[in-house]
Design a protein around this ligand. Structure first.
Ligand SMILES: [Zn+2]
Ligand SMILES: [Zn+2]
Length: 497
């Protein structure tokens, strides 16, 4: 391959690794600019990919400092450069990305295996440096590091943990809140803590014990005492509903929610060079679709992501959302059914009681036992009902609007990305106009995913989300018959094939 205008000067290979006063070579500059074509050209003519400047920074450091993830991938993938290699101060590329608040480099380096808790010669981890830096938007970088397992309590050589280094600036309160160790009762996952998490069975097991006790306990304890007082049909209907609920639960739990998979026909290096890095998930090596989101617990992208449900130990995506809806509706119906039945029993049994019924526990009459059980289960059902009732209502609304809980209640992911002027960070801190232009072009290419038209003239939003104002029924059908966007088709749209 020929790069215009450079063949003559670089034909003398002895100059290819020549350093300037700072120890930087042409390859450093190409890496910093993220020009993969130029990098390949220089490497073919003998450029040393392991070269370091006077500060000990290699080409991965240079690329990471300017958010050039395509260049990082090229060096890591083709030249086996150690991702955690430190400069003279022991700072890895991730340290630099954290210090300069380069969110894209930070995310990609972690996805590709950079150590989040490596300490430099001052004992600082990337988290220390993200907090210490006076740069813009530290919160996103701190959150990413914490979610990926950065330790909150590692001390640097001055004996400081990251929270003790928070500056007195506009982000102070939020940073302090994020850097405190999570204190919630994790097993019930009432909120998602900012810490690395894996799929765990504990919450599912607690939930199963609770639901089994609530449903089967009711059937085993209450119905036998009701014999003769209730129709056998009620018992059958109840058991049928419980069996249905179990079936829905099992399907929603074991079904693949719609994990996005890498398309082997797409070259990842070309993908990185063709689009804005925000459009790509570096963990899954796929193009993010308009309705997908990377689940940090499953560590996979889920198409039409709704939420990660700890009670199912599974994500809720387009493949199991309907089964999840059926599951929560069935619980709501069962609870309502039990509440009505229990209220009826308590009131009807009261008339059958006599003073004799309330003697010693061992001699309590069946009516008294029935009332005791009824009051206990009634209390449990009444406590549990609002949670599942509201959940069912929210998800029925989701289906009627053709939206997910994530789309309705979370901040827009694209906006999150646009709020971060990551490309403006350079080695010297100066803005490079051509780089900004390249960034702007790349960002405009986002619109391929967001706004381009398909072959039928429908916008991509219409293809994936549907028209903005259809009927409730139409939306429900769209939710049930949803089709996963093709990675290949999206890639072809981006490269203009
Ligand atoms: Zn992903
Ligand atoms: Zn998940």
């Amino acid at each position: 391959m020929k790069v215009k205008g450079l063949d003559i000067s670089i034909s003398r290979t002895k100059y290819i690794n020549k350093k300037n006063r700072a120890g930087l070579t042409a390859l450093h500059f190409s890496a910093f600019r993220g020009n993969v074509k130029m990098i390949k050209f220089l490497v073919r003519r003998g450029a040393d990919t392991f070269v370091k400047d006077n500060e000990g920074k290699n080409v991965v450091h240079a690329s990471a400092q300017s958010e050039q993830v395509a260049a990082i991938y090229y060096f890591l993938n083709n030249h086996s450069i150690n991702i955690d290699e430190g400069d003279k101060n022991g700072s890895s590329a991730l340290h630099w990305a954290a210090y300069l608040h380069c969110e894209i480099s930070l995310t990609y380096l972690i996805a590709w295996g950079a150590g989040v808790n490596i300490q430099d010669i001052d004992g600082n981890t990337p988290l220390h440096l993200a907090v210490l830096s006076e740069g813009e938007f530290p919160i996103r970088c701190v959150k990413i590091l914490l979610l990926k397992g950065a330790a909150r309590l590692l001390r640097n050589s001055e004996n400081h943990i990251p929270i003790e280094l928070v500056n007195d600036n506009e982000y102070r309160d939020e940073l302090m809140r994020d850097l405190r160790p999570p204190t919630i009762w994790k097993c019930f996952m009432l909120s998602v803590p900012l810490t690395k998490m894996k799929k765990e069975w504990s919450t599912l097991i607690y939930f199963l014990i609770f639901i089994t006790f609530l449903q089967f306990g009711f059937v085993m304890l209450v119905y036998p005492l009701m014999r003769g007082h209730s129709r056998p049909g009620i018992w059958t209907v109840d058991l049928f509903l419980i069996v249905l609920m179990i079936i829905f639960y099992v399907i929603a739990t074991i079904k693949d929610p719609g994990y996005l998979k890498e398309d082997p026909s797409i070259d990842f290096q070309s993908l990185l060079c063709s689009t804005d890095p925000y459009n790509i998930c570096p963990d899954c090596k796929i193009l993010r679709t308009p309705r997908s989101r990377h689940c940090n617990i499953c560590n996979k992208c889920v198409e039409r992501f709704d939420h990660h449900c700890p009670y199912l130990n599974n994500c809720i995506g387009y493949r199991n959302h309907f089964w999840f809806l059926l599951f929560i509706i069935s619980i709501t119906i069962i609870l309502l059914f039990h509440i009505i039945l229990l209220i009826y029993n308590v009131t009807s049994q009261r008339e059958n009681l006599t003073a004799h019924s309330w003697t010693f526990m061992s001699h309590l009459s069946p009516q008294i036992w029935l009332i005791c059980y009824s009051v206990f289960f009634l209390g449990s059902c009444i406590i549990f009902l609002p949670f599942v009732g509201i959940l069912s209502f929210v998800h029925l609304q989701n289906f009627s609007k053709n939206m997910t809980t994530n789309e309705r209640y979370s901040k827009n992911r694209q906006n999150d990305g646009d709020n971060n002027s990551v490309i403006t960070k350079t080695l010297s801190g100066d803005l490079n106009p051509s780089q900004l232009q390249a960034s702007s072009q790349a960002r405009n290419s986002n619109s391929v995913v967001e706004e381009s038209k398909d072959s039928n003239g429908n916008s991509m939003r219409e293809t994936f989300i549907g028209p903005s104002n259809p009927s409730c029924f139409g939306n429900c059908v769209r939710m049930i018959k949803y089709k996963e966007p093709s990675q290949k088709k999206m890639y072809d749209e981006i490269i203009g094939a």
